[in-house]
Write a protein that binds this ligand. Structure first.
Ligand code: AMP
Length: 368
């Protein structure tokens, strides 16, 4: 079977490597020049909503999947009648709109931060009364890695938030003074088989993921997160990998968002789990039995953002992934995974590598 993948970035590349190991051919659609996944298969260099290109991909492939979320829903609906598209287009539609996403969490009994839909400047003032300060304003659509967000810390910030974001539909969210952030990654195949990976503890800076560690030694949280992911997978009649990002506050989990795709916080699964999220995503969409998701010891993943320093390339006993991208401040260029028999050993190694990564330049390109 040939798999069509919309998007040929680093997630497409890692899907492509997993496909190669399964003996499966991939074809990508991506308008970028020289995207990372070019090393794994033919790339149709056309816009994501190019009707002719999508039809060509649909005719040529047994199943279509995607590696990023900002794909026009209409484009996918156009090919759905010709070829299976997984994850389901309706799951993507709900993930694309933060308001729909939050309503879905509520419908499924998944706890989440208090929020308000914002359409007018008056809504914003009213939200301050309901949610208190600080609160976070987010665009309903097209936000990622903390982009399209404004933290309102004082009433005086409300005007600035409205000026910056007020031209589009918004939501306001209660600020969560979380202890830490986690993600739970689940996968479901066409027949309905479900597997869930160990929880990842994720550290973000400026809205961008910097470090993931797995497993998390907190059985009650693992149990809750697993339950929430299962509710999503079942309700959405989901096929593929899904990542649910959550805030941890004491023994409570609050859902932040879900991604209907393979996820950066699951990169450690390539070396750190029996079957990677990428292989299991492909297995799911091809309706093959899913692979085991158990951890190989304690895994840590450090994102390489803005540059890949030579000293990181020279590191031993770690797994470097260079996506082959042109360096640019703030750009995810690669990652490093480390494994250890103990959590303490893993944490020491992660800290050492993170220091090395941020030593001369910070991920955003500024000097530390
Ligand atoms: P998002 O784009 O919604 O995933 O937000 C990016 C990051 O901003 C999250 O991973 C959190 O670190 C932070 N963040 C987002 N929403 C909130 C919130 N309501 N309270 C506190 N931190 C938040």
């Amino acid at each position: 079977m040939r798999i069509g993948i919309i998007g040929a970035g680093q997630l497409g590349q890692m899907l492509g490597f997993a496909a190669r190991d399964l003996g499966v051919e991939c074809r990508f659609l991506d308008p970028s020049i020289s995207p990372p996944a070019r090393v794994c298969g033919d790339v149709l260099q056309r816009p994501f909503d190019d009707t002719a290109a999508l039809s060509e991909l649909a005719a040529d492939c047994g199943v279509i999947t995607y590696e990023f979320e900002n794909i026009p829903i209409k484009a996918l609906q156009q090919i759905e009648s010709k070829v299976a598209v997984y994850p389901p287009v309706d799951a993507l539609r709900q993930a694309q709109d933060r308001l729909d996403e939050k309503r879905l969490f509520e419908q499924l009994g998944i706890p989440l931060p208090l929020y308000q839909a914002i359409n007018t400047r008056d809504d914003l003032s009213a939200a301050v009364d309901v949610l208190g300060l600080p609160m976070v304003i987010k665009t309903r659509r097209l936000g990622y890695d903390g982009k399209g967000q404004f933290v309102v810390r004082a009433t005086a910030d409300v005007d600035a938030a409205w000026r910056q974001l007020g031209t589009q539909p918004l939501i306001a969210e209660q600020w969560v003074p979380f202890d830490y952030e986690v993600s739970s990654i689940g996968v479901r195949n066409v027949d309905g088989e479900i597997r869930i990976y160990a929880l990842s503890h994720n550290v973000h800076e400026d809205g961008i993921l910097r470090i993931s560690r797995s497993p998390v030694d907190a059985p009650p949280l693992v149990e809750k997160a697993t339950d929430y992911v299962q509710r999503l997978l079942l309700h959405l009649d989901y096929v593929g990998v899904l990542a649910l990002e959550l805030f941890v506050k004491d023994d409570q989990l609050l859902a932040n968002e879900f991604a209907p795709r393979v996820h950066n916080s699951g990169h450690w699964t390539i070396e750190g789990a029996a079957t990677s999220q990428f292989e299991n995503h492909l297995r799911a969409v091809m309706n093959l039995p899913l692979g085991a998701t158990a951890n190989h010891g304690h895994a840590g993943m450090i994102n390489l953002i803005g540059e890949i320093p030579d000293r990181v390339r020279a590191l031993g006993e770690s797994h470097l992934h260079d996506y082959g991208k042109v360096p640019r401040p703030g750009r995810k260029l690669g990652h490093v995974t480390v494994l250890s028999d103990t959590a303490a050993g893993r944490d020491a190694r992660v800290e050492q590598i993170y220091k090395s990564v941020t030593q001369s330049t910070r991920g955003d390109g500024t000097t530390a």
